[in-house]
Design a protein around this ligand. Structure first.
Ligand SMILES: [Zn+2]
Length: 398
């Protein structure tokens, strides 16, 4: 059994909206207080505060007169946000994410309800303390007999409500395929593959990003606290939501195709954050998509019985000639095609990189070999390296 999330839009009744907004407000307050407590404990007293301690704090906060309103909403989302904070710290210490930030009201919010905090009856969701079911627009049916285990309500910054239902579903693995593919994050295209294929970003992307840049510029000029600023911010949020939707849709189609067609998919474990600084628009668009693309590939591979191999990002995939193994000393980002000085083979930069990634991936997959001899644990190695790179001085090394 695998867990699959089904996301729908919904339109809360005024009563529900009021309760949900209060719930999210409380969750945000609890999250921010717990984050402050964890940071303070470290910086001021060099003490570690974990999930258990913050959970005990929550119990105390609920007893304070000034925080009495915390008792008016379901306690589950409050507890869940402490778990999310714990996860954010775990990710930070593993080098996968930045230090957790405070949550801000204008970024919308979310509330997670586990089994004890909602009812699923007659294919309707009843949240705790709500008398009516959530008015969900069922854009696609839940699988027959599926029962959600978690319900997450989200308000996006542009003011749209979404509900995400986590259900257990039986997914049949795909029949084995003889195909193997290497995928590189392209410079001019989104991806290049080892078969010589390239996939560009959606055509509308560049235009939307330009619109976004313009809207952001306008927002920056508006006076703080003014009504116009509020309107400008909504406009930015709406374009961002539009871009995110297009991206998600596009990436789902792409990852599903890659998974269906190939048994093994080799990718670079590329932490977006550490990527070479390049302010070209096209690359920044690809950056944002890459993490999501790898994430989707990984969970879909899990569902369908495929293998995703991640290659150490320090592997010189672009600089190495896939024909003879010669490594060029330097390869500028604007070099699109090159001829190997050793064997005379001419290469498309991105496709050559994808071929190298596939070769390295197969070495890892077949015999557990290391991609770089001086480094053991090729697949996991990148995580430890990022850890040392990313932990900034002064942050608590929990
Ligand atoms: Zn060569």
């Amino acid at each position: 059994m695998s867990q699959k999330a089904f996301r729908y839009r919904f339109y809360p009744t005024p009563e529900q909206e009021n309760l949900l907004r209060r719930t999210m407000g409380c969750a945000r307050l609890v999250y921010n207080r717990a984050l402050a407590a964890r940071s303070d404990a470290w910086y001021k007293h060099q003490k570690r505060v974990g999930y258990k301690e913050t959970s005990a704090m929550l119990t105390l906060w609920k007893k304070e007169d000034s925080l009495n309103f915390l008792n008016e909403v379901s306690c589950v989302p409050l507890q869940q946000c402490l778990r999310h904070l714990q996860k954010a710290f775990t990710n930070f210490f593993a080098g996968r994410a930045k230090y957790p930030n405070f949550k801000k009201k204008h970024n919308g919010g979310s509330a997670e309800f586990t089994k004890s905090a909602f009812k699923f009856r007659d294919n309707q969701i009843y949240l705790a303390k709500c008398s009516e079911p959530l008015p969900i627009r069922w854009s696609r049916p839940l699988p027959e007999g599926a029962k959600p285990s978690t319900v997450t309500v989200k308000l996006d910054p542009s003011g749209r409500w979404f509900v995400s239902l986590l259900v257990d579903v039986g997914i049949e693995t795909l029949p084995k395929s003889p195909n193997k593919i290497g995928v590189d994050l392209g410079v001019t295209s989104l991806i290049a593959d080892s078969n010589g294929g390239k996939v560009a970003n959606p055509k509308t992307f560049r235009k939307k990003h330009k619109r976004l840049a313009l809207a952001q510029k306008r927002l920056a000029k508006k006076q703080k606290g003014s009504n116009n600023r509020h309107k400008a911010r909504l406009k930015v949020a709406r374009i961002q939501a539009e871009i995110a939707d297009t991206r998600r849709d596009f990436l789902h189609k792409l990852t599903t195709r890659l998974i269906r067609e190939n048994q093994v998919i080799a990718v670079e474990d590329l932490a977006v954050k550490n990527m070479k600084k390049n302010h070209k628009l096209a690359l920044s668009i690809s950056d944002a998509s890459w993490g999501e693309l790898v994430r989707q590939l990984e969970y879909k591979a899990d569902w369908y019985g495929r293998t995703v191999v991640k290659i150490d990002r320090w592997f010189p995939s672009s600089k190495r000639c896939s024909n003879c193994g010669h490594i060029s000393p330097k390869m500028l980002l604007n070099v699109r095609d090159w001829v190997c000085p050793e064997c005379g083979h001419s290469h498309d930069r991105d496709i050559n990189a994808a071929i190298n990634i596939l070769a390295a991936g197969l070495a890892v997959e077949v015999c557990g070999a290391t991609v770089r001899p001086e480094q053991s644990k090729s697949v996991k190695a990148s995580a430890t390296k990022q850890k040392t790179l990313k932990r900034e001085p002064g942050n608590p090394p929990l």
